[in-house]
Design a protein around this ligand. Structure first.
Ligand code: AP5
Length: 223
């Protein structure tokens, strides 16, 4: 199964991708995680990306695309994968399709997480992220067993810099601007499907798996 997850910040793409990856053995590639790692490590890419991310703007296409495709080619050649946060623009989607073509693969489905503004705001305000392993929590929806400590690795949990109210509103504006053309791109190719992002992670994952089963998509099969 080769999936792209699309949707606004806080739609639950990362949480669902993690479960899909654990349940189905898919490689999970998250552009936001890769960028935050690069910023933490102060690589050349991280230094370039930092300001854009702090302001809630998109990092320029050429920087993100090279980073994600390098990762995809390294780990997903013979495996199913789930892309979370990439592509974000039509230009990124075109580059992704070209790279998959070179790897003799096609994208199976693009899943759009349609999510209400109220849900987005409450999820982003309550999100806490492990500073060591990147695991996601929510103060009320999905709290850790011990406050501010990661269940998986005992790292410290903190709010993401871009989950502050002023940055959230900029991220939502950018998302509104970029989403329709991207949905149009995948709609035209007949691979776009929509799930209700307001539902629980378990329900969303069930819907994605049901789409896969209903449409008999098999990993490794070229349409
Ligand atoms: P990125 O890290 O990709 O952030 P995002 O797309 O804004 O998405 P989020 O991570 O905020 O939300 P999510 O949908 O994954 O929700 P999550 O599962 O975490 O990007 C950050 C920045 O990097 C961008 O602003 C940009 O600058 C740059 N960037 C990244 N990719 C780029 C690209 N391709 N091109 C250019 N720039 C790029 O859930 C949120 C919270 O809700 C969590 O607390 C979770 O526990 C909870 N939750 C999740 N699902 C549910 C549910 N179903 N029910 C209840 N609670 C839930």
């Amino acid at each position: 199964m080769r999936l792209v997850l699309l949707g606004p910040p806080g739609a639950g793409k990362g949480s669902a991708a993690q479960v899909l990856s654990d349940q189905l053995g898919l490689v999970h590639i998250a552009s936001g995680h890769l960028l935050r790692d690069a910023v933490r490590a102060q690589t050349a890419l991280g230094r370039q990306a930092d300001g854009y991310m702090q302001r809630g703007e998109l990092v320029p296409d050429h920087l993100v695309t090279a980073m994600v495709l390098e990762q995809l080619e390294a780990v997903a050649k013979d495996r199913g994968f789930v892309l979370d946060g990439f592509p974000r623009t039509q230009a990124q989607a075109v580059e992704l399709d070209a790279a998959l073509g070179r790897m003799k693969m096609l994208m199976d489905r693009a899943i759009y997480f349609k999510t209400s503004p109220e849900t987005i705001v409450s999820r982003l305000a309550g999100r806490r992220v492990c500073q060591s392993c990147g695991a996601n929590y929510h103060m009320t929806n999905h709290p850790p067993a011990v406050a501010d400590v990661c269940d998986r690795c005992h790292g410290t949990l903190a709010q993401r810099d871009d989950d502050k109210p002023e940055t959230i509103s900029q991220r939502l504006k950018v998302c509104l601007r970029e989403t329709e053309p991207l949905l149009g791109y995948y709609r035209e190719r007949g691979v776009l499907r929509t799930v209700n992002g307001d539902e629980s992670v378990e329900a969303v994952v069930r819907h994605v798996i049901a789409i896969w089963e209903r449409e008999q998509l098999r990993f490794g099969e070229r349409r």
